[in-house]
Design a binder for this molecule. Structure first.
Ligand code: SF4
Length: 310
């Protein structure tokens, strides 16, 4: 790892930072991009108050509530995604914490997806150690629980669960033997120092994440953070590059907000170390990039997806 401080790394001249990140990336990964498919297995009605989220029941948004999906529907979507070359299915449900019947259903989803030889990830809210162990026993490979932002800026974003609550869940995930997927969202009005502090917090998690999603805030009408200032895209590249340098062996996922990036902006993010994307035209509730355009872009860049482009 670099001997520079995180702030020194982040604030280097842009090309020095990107060059360093690219060298780290090349030394640890090939030119492939991991394709993941996100399925919202239960949408809306969440009691948490995350200020960016359309699924919170505290805000009036256009999201329609959807109860847990039938197993057959999850299996159908997983089979389709596999045909498109997806390797991992991420299942998201809007909960503070899953109750016992939701957890049992999640275990069924995991088993049916694993049956098709796919990796599984779930994001269901806070977990006790016992809940994490049940998911592990069902075969869950990854659990996603984001810290969202810096510990300092966090109270501006969420008040219904603490930063420490999130760390506790991540600790339970690691203790249960699952891989940790943990990242956050930038462009929520935080400062550069907050972004650096967010990255520092990632380095201090109880278990090193195997997957770090970096999202940019998608502004949702009706949420408290709908009117935050537009993020300078170079800040996104700086964040990805700094994460890549500090986590040389972790998949860094260019996640929500990617549909608002041009081909060149996405390419810059890949050069800076992003090597995972959500594939498919819908994220949990926000739009994602057109699949065909994605494959064409990756083909133009010479990135291996193991998917044939028509
Ligand atoms: S981000 Fe997750 S926990 Fe927060 S309100 Fe949305 S669904 Fe609920």
């Amino acid at each position: 790892m670099s001997t520079l401080s995180i702030s020194d790394i982040y604030n280097q001249t842009f090309f020095t930072l990107v060059d360093q990140a690219h060298q780290v990336h090349k030394a640890n990964f090939g030119t492939d991009i991991e394709l993941c498919k996100l399925i919202s297995v239960k949408t809306g009605g969440c009691p948490e108050d995350c200020g960016y989220c359309s699924q919170s029941n505290k805000y009036e948004t256009e999201i329609k509530f959807n109860a847990l999906l039938p197993i057959e529907e999850v299996e159908r979507q997983a089979i389709l995604a596999k045909e498109y070359g997806v390797k991992r299915i991420c299942m998201g449900a809007a909960y503070k914490s899953p109750n016992s019947s939701a957890l049992a259903k999640a275990c069924e989803y995991i088993k049916v997806v694993k049956k098709h030889g796919l990796e599984t990830c779930a994001t269901l809210g806070s977990l006790s150690l016992d809940q994490a162990q049940q998911l592990k026993e069902a075969g869950l490979d990854y659990y996603n629980h984001n810290i969202d932002t810096s510990p300092e800026y966090y109270p501006q974003v969420v008040t219904t669960r603490t930063f420490q609550d999130r760390i506790d869940t991540l600790d339970h995930v690691g203790q249960a033997g699952m891989k940790v997927c943990c990242g956050g969202i930038i462009g929520m009005g935080e400062s550069v120092d907050d972004r650096i502090s967010f990255i520092r917090a990632l380095t201090q998690l109880p278990y090193t994440p195997d997957s770090i999603p970096i999202n940019t805030q998608v502004k949702i009408e009706g949420t408290p953070l709908a009117n935050t200032e537009k993020l300078d895209k170079l800040e996104l590249v700086r964040t990805i590059a700094t994460v890549r340098i500090l986590f040389p062996k972790t998949r860094v996922r260019l996640s929500a907000g990617r549909s608002e990036l041009s081909e060149l902006e996405q390419s810059m993010c890949f050069m800076a170390g992003a090597n995972s994307i959500f594939y498919g035209e819908q994220l949990l509730t926000t739009p994602n990039n057109d699949q065909h355009e994605d494959l064409l872009l990756l083909k133009k860049l010479g990135i291996n997806t193991h998917v044939s482009v028509a």
